[in-house]
Design a protein around this ligand. Structure first.
Ligand SMILES: [Zn+2]
Length: 78
């Protein structure tokens, strides 16, 4: 999986969870939504790293270069 796919997947899971959480369905659905949202956040935190040095990237920005080692981040690398 490329970094780009990981980012898309985790953000997709996060938003799906948030939608379930705020849709106001059954309590069980809302709990499942909350868990999915947390999962998405956790996976994003886990996966959004520099492929070079493994440093964690701050997810408030879309990095072109790693803030730790300065390497160019290849979002399409497998
Ligand atoms: Zn780096």
């Amino acid at each position: 999986m490329t970094l780009r796919q990981k980012i898309t997947l985790t953000i997709g899971v996060l938003f799906m969870g948030l939608m379930l959480l705020t849709a106001g369905g059954r309590p069980l659905l809302r709990i499942a939504g909350g868990l999915a949202a947390l999962d998405g956040l956790f996976l994003h935190w886990l996966w959004y790293r520099c492929p070079g040095c493994g440093g964690r990237l701050n997810w408030t920005a879309r990095w072109t270069y790693c803030p730790h080692c300065g390497a160019w981040i290849d979002y399409d690398k497998q």
